[in-house]
Design a protein around this ligand. Structure first.
Ligand code: HEC
Ligand code: HEC
Length: 677
């Protein structure tokens, strides 16, 4: 589909419209389009999905159950354990990760730090300079450590059926994740982004490694050439077939954590084992489901503990029998249902996450929907702060900063508030997967559209999309295109198949660009670049950035206002890497915002972009109860380890079940109120 659309563009470019297009593109710095309503953006379609899913609602129910079930992972870990707060993680205890050097580094000497430390507002931002307006002023505090998410506790032991959700024992003693002799839970080395609206991302994860194409088994799409699922043939035999579903980055993503020994399992090494473990289990059996849960309510078990259909039955209801009905067993005795479990897991969780669309923010109401013929409501924004009243903050004035002086729109664009969204990469035809721009150092470079180096941390600490996958292919599309020698017509086939259209590049060096691919040796600026996150509901998802090092939106705005946190100039520029002296984006520069402009910009993000249904956990954001593991009993110096000698006891946080009417209906406050407080 997308191939032919792009091929057509190439024809247009080389045809009569050629000169017109060029002129337009050279003037590409025309005013950026105002973001519309998310109601006008469709969830990217997945051609061929009907061959796998026969009952979409059953798939959504299965996905929601799997996502929230603490028996799905080891050590009580559900997907939701790290994505329970507006789709992200706001735990403060035991979240630190030592990143590359494997050693916890206090941001400043007097602070307390390390495993089971409880972060406070005073710790943020982790990187602090003496003059908040000058990124090169003396460093007051800094660390390469990351505020990640706590996951499982230990990393060894095979623990097969029928035990569930229990007992991982013994990790090698002496690793960094210990308080005294007691093991603490492992943590991720990046901050958890929200799963809400993630369906609009062309690729997922901060570094885009969850491939747009789902191969049925692993996160890496066509890069993993061995990925196959078992398909039953008409004669009853089984054939191993490749799956290649596009716009399925969420399915690619979902098959990652399930087998990760940091995130969800210290026990299971393969999906067929997970399938066996879950087959007979009653979903959510240790958790409450609200009577009026928007998805699971109809399946609710009479006592309210979980739902009454087991996972096997839900898979069979949701999926084509070709993928589960064969009774053949492999050499280890696993049947087709078990062997194909990654397929069901990925597609069901994707089906559920595809319903997590927050398109009812004040912003969406303000602009109205063309598609649904809903007129814009001017009061939706003015009631949050009158733009003519300079004694108070105003999200509408903040929007002007967002579009103008702040240049935020350059990257957080469209109704998705991120240029990494599928629609913006294809339908808008501004650029495409690979783009060309003028960098902060004024030189021209190619890069992966939607992924930018904004100088949060020195590039050498985390290459982001500049890194390689386990098969040693670059994650970056631009590098693949470069490795292929910038082929004519921009078609790159290894390992991802995609087409680059030089006609749509923001910067056309000369008019013949439409006919010629970029010159050999063209600069590629992808190291240290990360996916532009959406700004929807961002008020609810602190801490910020891939390292979780920034605590408030005010601090984020200060960061941008001083031109980011990269240090030094030519040669010593911490955003540089490899042959590039700097990879910093041109829009990351000193902004000179007034205090009023800063406050207004924060107010735009906080007030205008929060969907009340997300803040109040109403449908489709309602959910079963969950015992969230919130660090360990004790602190960073002492923990109790009464239950199992070498394991620190968990501290728990009880998240109550909400039904479709959300938190208020069960007598709980929303995460923030309508005023964004
Ligand atoms: C231990 C905590 C943890 C668990 C458990 C976990 N995640 Fe995540 N999740 C993260 C972190 C951290 C990231 C970012 C990692 C990265 O980008 O390198 C992430 C990224 C994601 C993203 C990408 C969003 C984006 O904008 O890029 C999605 C979607 C997601 N997780 C869904 C899931 C699902 C589905 C599960 C269960 C199968 C799950 N997570 C389990 C911590 C967790
Ligand atoms: C050059 C592109 C670019 C521009 C311009 C830009 N951003 Fe960002 N933004 C990003 C990227 C990329 C990230 C993630 C970077 C990282 O974590 O390393 C990000 C992260 C953020 C986050 C953190 C979100 C989260 O979930 O962690 C906020 C908030 C934000 N930007 C707001 C803004 C505002 C406000 C402006 C304007 C002043 C702005 N951005 C300008 C690309 C950009």
């Amino acid at each position: 589909m997308r191939f032919s659309a792009l091929a057509l563009l190439v024809v247009i470019c080389t045809g009569a419209l050629f000169s017109n297009q060029t002129v337009q593109a050279q003037l590409a710095v025309s005013p950026p389009a105002s973001p519309g309503s998310l109601k006008d953006v469709s969830v990217p379609p997945v051609p061929g999905l009907v061959n796998y899913i026969r009952d979409k609602n059953a798939a959504i129910a299965l996905g929601k159950a799997l996502f929230w079930d603490r028996n799905a992972g080891s050590d009580g870990m559900a997907c939701a354990s790290c994505h329970f707060n507006a789709g992200a993680d706001n735990r403060a205890k035991n979240q630190l990760n030592p990143k590359l050097n494997g050693v916890f580094n206090k941001p400043f000497a007097s602070s307390s730090w390390g495993p089971n430390y409880t972060l406070t507002g005073a710790d943020f931002p982790l990187h602090r300079v003496s003059n908040v307006l000058d990124r090169n002023s003396a460093i007051v505090s800094t660390t390469d450590d990351v505020v990640g998410s706590a996951g499982t506790q230990s990393g060894t032991q095979m623990n097969l059926l029928p035990k569930v959700g229990v007992a991982c024992t013994s990790r090698p003693a002496g690793d960094a994740f210990h308080v005294g002799i007691a093991m603490t839970r492992l943590t991720t080395n990046r901050n958890s982004p929200t799963v809400i609206n993630a369906v609009f991302n062309y690729r997922n994860f901060w570094d885009g490694r969850a491939n747009n194409m789902f191969n049925g088994v692993t996160p890496f799409g066509p890069r993993d050439r061995n990925a196959r699922v078992a398909e039953q043939q008409a004669d009853g035999s089984e054939l191993l077939v490749a799956v290649n579903l596009i716009n399925s980055s969420l399915a690619s993503q979902a098959v990652g954590p399930a087998l990760s020994n940091v995130e969800m399992t210290c026990v299971l090494k393969g999906f067929k084992e997970l399938g066996r473990k879950l087959f007979l289990i009653r979903p959510l059996r240790d958790q409450d489901v609200a009577v009026d849960d928007s998805v699971l309510g109809v399946y609710r078990y009479p006592t309210g503990a979980g739902i009454s259909v087991n996972y096997g039955a839900l898979v069979k209801k949701a999926f084509n029998p070709k993928y589960w009905s064969s009774t053949n067993k492999d050499a280890e005795g696993y049947n087709q249902f078990e062997r194909n479990f990654s397929l069901f897991w990925g597609l069901a969780i994707q089906a559920y996450e595809s319903t997590l669309v927050s398109d009812e923010t004040p912003w969406d109401k303000y602009v109205g929907s063309k598609k649904l013929n809903i007129p814009g409501d001017a009061t939706a924004m003015t009631s949050l702060g009158d733009p003519n009243d300079y004694s108070k903050v105003s999200p509408l004035r903040g929007f002007d900063v967002f579009m103008g002086k702040g240049a935020c729109i350059a990257c957080h664009k469209g109704a998705e508030f991120t240029g990494a969204a599928t629609r913006l990469l294809f339908e808008n035809q501004e650029g495409g997967l690979v783009e060309r721009m003028r960098m902060g150092d004024k030189e021209i470079a190619l890069y992966d559209n939607g992924f930018y180096n904004i100088g949060v941390r020195p590039t050498a600490e985390d290459l982001g999309i500049g890194a390689t996958d386990p098969f040693n292919h670059p994650l970056s599309w631009t590098r693949q295109y470069a490795n292929a020698g910038f082929p004519a017509f921009g078609i790159s086939t290894n390992p991802d198949k995609f087409q680059v259209n030089p006609c749509t590049f923001e910067i056309l060096v000369n008019p013949s660009d439409c006919l010629q691919p970029p010159a050999q040796g063209s600069r590629v600026a992808v190291d240290g670049a990360f996916k532009t996150p959406t700004l929807r509901n961002v008020a609810l998802t602190a801490p910020y950035f891939h390292n979780g090092g920034t605590g408030t939106l005010e601090q984020v705005v200060e960061f941008y206002n001083r031109g980011g946190d990269r240090r030094g100039e030519d040669g010593s520029d911490t955003s540089g890497f490899g042959s590039n002296g700097s990879n910093l984006d041109a829009d990351i520069k000193v902004l000179g915002l007034t205090s009023q402009e800063k406050a207004d910009l924060v107010s735009f993000m906080r007030h205008a972009l929060t969907d009340r249904r997300v803040a109040c956990e109403m449908a489709p954001f309602d959910h079963p109860s969950l015992v969230v593991i919130n660090g360990h009993r004790g602190n960073e110096f002492n923990v109790t380890n009464a239950i199992i000698a070498d394991k620190a006891d968990d501290a728990l946080l009880n998240l109550p079940a909400t039904g479709k009417n959300g938190l208020l209906a069960i007598g709980r406050p929303c995460l923030i109120n309508d005023k964004g407080e």
